[in-house]
Every structure is written in structure tokens, then in C-alpha cells.
Design a binder for this molecule. Structure first.
Ligand code: SF4
Length: 337
């Protein structure tokens, strides 16, 4: 069935009150995960949503088509852990044929890559970020509450072999937990086509964040410069990460410093939670449920209005870190970062 582009959707793309066009959609396709990372999954665990509340593949495809007509060119699949969603390759293949969608990325904990990296690639996945917070087996098991480091490392090698280059590795740096591994992670990037992205620890519902847990990006760079010469890389105005080449290295490092070096000016990101709710900012309350309207028979114009209303309430930049818990009603698990 060909859906005629609604003139209103194409006429006024996803632009917020500050003139920022939103061209990047992060789609959480499940609230479930096979790991139990302490900075993401509330210690008391979560009650998984019934499957009926989660968007099905037809609904995800229809909504992504809608967002693409409004100017989105890049989609990232997140979770929970997207790879626990059965039929993931089918979903990727459905999205890969959408005209105007140039990139399909996925953020994964890497637990399925050893078996599935090739299949994701063949289905049309264009890029991968692997979340990995320690290269030490015991510490990995402590953070993720799963003893899966060997499998994740094997998955990374398989993904490189499948053509995901540069492969990106996301490391959440937590003071007193893993900041002593910065040099080891940079070593990974020096002899492989990998970009290691060091992420400042952020406050989310249920993750027990405290100011003292934050290890600022400026200190991370200082630590790395003890061994490496870092040269700034050109960065797009929408980028969340500031990249640096490692002298003589095959890869690079980057810093996602949303707590100490805000990058909201160039924000182009919209989010869709697994239950079909729009979030115009990572730290803003979710508002506007597309799933319910869609299931009630809403047409594309009505759905587009929900997205635009959410964007109209977007702020210029997130408030100071101490206030973020007050404005955000989701755990990291539910948003997928
Ligand atoms: S905090 Fe919100 S406004 Fe700032 S970059 Fe992130 S999503 Fe965009």
C-alpha cells in the first residue's frame, strides 16, 4: 500500500522553536534486556511492559516512514537491548527500503554479534555502537551483572569482519568504577578501526547517580594525553561526541560530555520509546503517545501534529545536571540513550 506523502508533513519538517531541524530519530524497540547494568537498569529491576503495549513492526515502519517524510535521514535502533527483539533482521530490512532514510544504526551490548553481525549487515544495518564499560572480566560482570565479556569481545571482532567500520564502542565512565581503564580502551582504538566514545555518566530514573560519580571529559583527555598525542577531528555541528585522532593509531577516541560540555545547540535528535511515545529531549518528560492515536485510526497528519507539538515544547538546552531527575520520567532502559 503506497502512503501518499501528507503535504503538511513534508511542508514543515521537524523543526523546534530554536530553528533546529531534527533529522535523527532514536527508536527504542524494546524495554527488555539480557544484561542488568547498574547505571541503566534500576537496582530493584523493572516490570517489563506487556507485548501488546510495545510497537509492532508494522507500527514502527509506519512511524519511521512518517518521520522520514518530515526530514529524518538517520535512525538508531536502541532498547533495552534491541537484539533481544525477535525478528530484528526483518525489522532492519523493512526500514532499509524506506526512501530518504540514509543510515540505520544500532546500539547494542554486543551479546549477539558473534552469531548475528553478518545477518544484520545483510539486512541493511549501516553502523554499530557496542556498549562496553570494562575490559576486565570480573569488573565487567560486576557492572553488567552478567559474565559475558568474552562473548562481547568475540562479537566485536566479528562485527569488524562483517564490515562495520569504524565500529564505535560506548564506554560510560564512572568515577571510582572504571576511569582507570581509559588507557586500555584507547589502546583498542590505536590498533583497530574503532572509535572509543567515552560517555559522562548521566542521571536517570533509578540509576542512583550522584555528582561524585561524574568523571568529567576534560579529566579523561588529561589522562589519555599522558600516553597519547590527541588531535581534534572535524566534528559536524549536530555531533554529540568530540572526536580525536590518536597519533599513529588506526582508530580514534571521542567524548560525549553532556554534563560538562553541553552540545544542545546542534541538537537534531528525536526519540520514540518502545511504547510509542515521543521524547523531544533525552531529559524532558515524554509527551505525546503516537501508538494510541495510531491504533485509534489517526491519519499521518494527526500523528505529525503530535510530533510537532512535542517539538514545540522543546527547550534550548538541558538544565543543570542536578535538576535533570526532576524533568525526566524515564530510566535509561526505557529510552535507550
Ligand atoms: S540534552 Fe536534550 S536538547 Fe540537549 S542534546 Fe540531548 S536531547 Fe538535545
Amino acid at each position: 500500500m503506497v502512503i501518499a506523502p501528507s503535504p503538511a508533513v513534508t511542508a514543515s519538517p521537524w523543526t523546534d522553536p530554536f530553528g533546529r531541524p531534527h533529522t535523527y530519530l532514536r527508536v527504542s524497540i524494546t524495554d527488555r534486556c539480557n544484561f542488568r547494568c547498574g547505571y541503566c537498569m534500576p537496582a530493584q529491576g523493572v516490570i517489563w511492559r506487556p507485548r501488546s503495549e510495545i510497537l509492532n513492526f508494522e507500527e514502527i515502519e509506519r512511524l519511521v516512514r512518517l518521520f522520514v517524510r518530515g526530514g529524518v535521514t538517520k535512525v538508531r535502533l536502541t532498547g533495552g537491548e534491541p537484539a533481544v527483539r525477535r525478528g530484528l533482521e526483518e525489522l532492519i530490512a523493512r526500514l532499509a527500503v524506506i526512501e530518504g532514510l540514509r543510515e540505520i544504526w544500532m546500539t547494542t551490548n554486543g551479546s549477539t554479534l558473534a552469531k548475528k553481525a553478518d545477518a544484520y549487515r545483510r539486512a541493511g544495518l549501516t553502523g554499530l555502537n557496542v556498549s562496553l564499560d570494562s575490559l576486565r572480566r570480573e569488573r565487567f560482570a560486576e557492572i553488567a551483572r552478567r559474565d559475558e565479556l568474552p562473548k562481547v569481545l568475540e562479537g566485536i571482532e566479528t562485527a569488524l569482519g562483517a564490515g562495520f567500520r569504524p565500529l564505535k564502542i560506548n564506554v560510560v565512565v564512572m568515577a571510582g568504577v572504571n576511569e582507570d581503564e581509559l588507557l586500555d580502551f584507547a589502546e583498542l582504538a590505536s590498533d583497530r578501526p574503532i572509535q572509543v566514545r567515552f560517555i559522562e555518566f548521566m542521571p536517570f530514573k533509578g540509576n542512583g547517580w550522584q555528582r561524585g560519580d561524574l568523571y568529567p571529559a576534560a579529566r579523561m583527555r588529561e589522562d589519555l594525553r599522558e600516553r597519547y598525542r590527541l588531535t581534534p577531528l572535524e566534528t559536524s555541528p549536530n555531533a554529540v561526541a568530540r572526536g580525536f585522532a590518536i597519533e599513529g593509531g588506526k582508530g580514534s577516541v571521542a567524548f560525549v560530555a553532556s554534563m560538562t560540555e553541553s552540545f544542545c545547540d546542534g541538537c537534531n535528535r528525536l526519540r520514540l520509546t518502545a511504547d510509542g511515545t515521543v521524547k523531544s529531549c533525552l531529559f524532558l518528560r515524554a509527551d505525546g503517545n503516537l501508538r494510541d492515536s495510531l491504533r485509534a485510526g489517526a491519519d499521518d497528519e494527526a500523528l505529525a501534529t503530535i510530533v510537532r507539538d512535542s517539538l514545540a515544547r522543546k527547550w534550548k538546552e538541558h538544565p543543570p545536571m542536578e535538576n535533570l531527575l526532576a524533568t525526566n520520567d524515564h530510566s535509561m532502559l526505557e529510552i535507550g540513550g
